[in-house]
Ligand binder design. Structure first.
Ligand code: CTP
Length: 399
């Protein structure tokens, strides 16, 4: 099991470190906490010891018993994350000062280092802090930008610790990144589209967007540059992805085609509405003015268009069916020029649209197929991306 060393400094946002630990643990990662002396004024080390099941380190000399613990811990960890990181620790790191366990440990580690700053906005924007950050970036240290918003000091501006989910996603990218995805552009579509009759009525479907968002998160963690074109959903965009929000199939098509030439992989996980109304009214229609039978026309088939324009892109399609899964998905795969089809039966209550779990059948154009049994959409996205990695590696060998 890989372990993370979590350096915790004295900041009001220190409580977020608990959530960070929980998130790492839910990913199957162990955490060892290192606190600065001043951080212990906010929280007792025992809280972190209880959460992690491992003694929290504060002192460089642990009662004189294990003076070189920082050296042995170096070999056990795959990432040093400092969150929250104060202006002080950043300054010490930038100048190589090693006067406590955390700053000494930083000089000793060989693994990637990620820093999540948290401080008053004036301190963050101070040229000295910015200079220190620049210097550390040049030395290969990674940063998660702080968010802008209300700060504990009552001021507003950049300096608020990034959200635990964002910090953990950036951390995972540093330890899970794969060669096949580095430098690659992955374009993901997600969610439903809405085709409006008038400002208050539309045609759509029950897609929540979860599958697409999980795929985007996974692609980011594996090291890709990710563009997420999303229809209306209630999810927060995953960390590090470039999000483009769209509403209609036509808007989704325009956004996808704009990014298509740069894309190496396209995952069309969106549930694009198949039809739109002939006529879209700007003003709300009165009930009595709407005829009981409304005329519709097909929306553009984005995936089919991508198939026609395909050059080097790897196209992944999704097929939501309610029976004859394999046959229908295989037909769509051929018709749309897809390199991998992800088929799922949406007739079940526990899987498919708007549920947390899914069960899918992967189909390749050469006739191969693989069933992925019921599991969370997060896990399914990991399995799909593993197969995409295989396809990317095969292509690289062919070049
Ligand atoms: N798709 C698309 N544009 C559309 C409709 C679908 O790009 N207008 C994409 C979906 O994102 C998905 C794949 O095509 O990746 C298959 O979608 P699906 O709705 O299952 O297939 P359809 O072609 O719409 O066929 P049908 O509704 O007749 O089953």
């Amino acid at each position: 099991m890989k372990k993370i060393a979590l350096g915790v400094c004295s900041s009001i946002s220190i409580y977020k470190a608990c959530e960070i630990i929980r998130l790492f643990q839910s990913e199957g990662l162990g955490v060892r906490v290192i606190m600065t002396e001043k951080a212990t004024r906010f929280i007792q080390p025992y809280l972190f010891t209880s959460l992690t099941g491992e003694r929290t380190i504060v002192e460089l000399f642990d009662d004189g018993q294990r003076p070189i613990e920082h050296i042995s811990l170096v070999d056990e960890i795959s990432l040093l994350l400092i969150a929250p990181a104060t202006a002080n620790i950043i300054a010490k790191m930038a100048s190589g000062v090693a006067d406590d366990f955390l700053s000494t440990f930083y000089l000793a580690v060989k693994c990637p280092v990620l820093v999540a700053p948290a401080m008053n906005e004036a301190m963050y924007l101070h040229p000295q802090t910015q200079e220190n950050i620049k210097k550390l970036k040049a030395l290969g240290v990674n940063f998660v930008e702080p968010e802008s918003g209300y700060l504990a000091c009552g001021k507003q501006g950049p300096g608020r610790l990034a959200s635990p989910r964002t910090i953990v996603d950036h951390s995972l990218r540093l330890i899970r990144s794969r060669e096949a995805f580095r430098g690659k552009v992955v374009l993901v579509t997600a969610g439903p589209t809405r085709e409006f009759l008038d400002p208050v009525r539309f045609l759509s479907n029950p897609s929540s967007g979860k599958m697409g968002y999980e795929l985007a998160r996974e692609a980011f963690q594996l090291g890709a540059e990710v563009i997420l074109v999303s229809g209306p959903t209630y999810f927060e965009p995953p960390a590090g992805v470039h999000l483009e929000k769209v509403t209609t199939a036509e808007e989704m098509k325009q956004a996808v085609l704009k990014h298509y030439p740069r894309a190496d992989v396209v995952l069309m996980a969106a549930a694009v509405a198949d039809f739109r109304f002939c006529g879209n009214f700007r003003e709300k229609l009165r009930k009595q003015d709407i005829r009981p039978v409304l005329e519709v026309e097909p929306t553009p088939d984005i995936l089919e268009e991508l198939g026609r324009r395909k050059e080097r892109q790897l196209l992944v399609g999704f097929a939501a069916e309610t029976g004859e899964l394999r046959e229908k998905a295989a037909e769509k795969m051929t018709r749309k020029g897809v390199d991998l089809m992800v088929a799922n039966d949406v007739s079940g209550q526990e899987t498919g649209f708007a549920s947390d779990d899914n069960e899918v059948l992967l189909i390749w154009p050469d006739g191969r197929s693989r069933k992925i049994p019921r599991m969370s959409k997060r896990k399914i996205s990991q399995e799909i991306m593993k197969e995409i990695e295989v396809l990317l590696n095969e292509r690289r060998r062919q070049i």
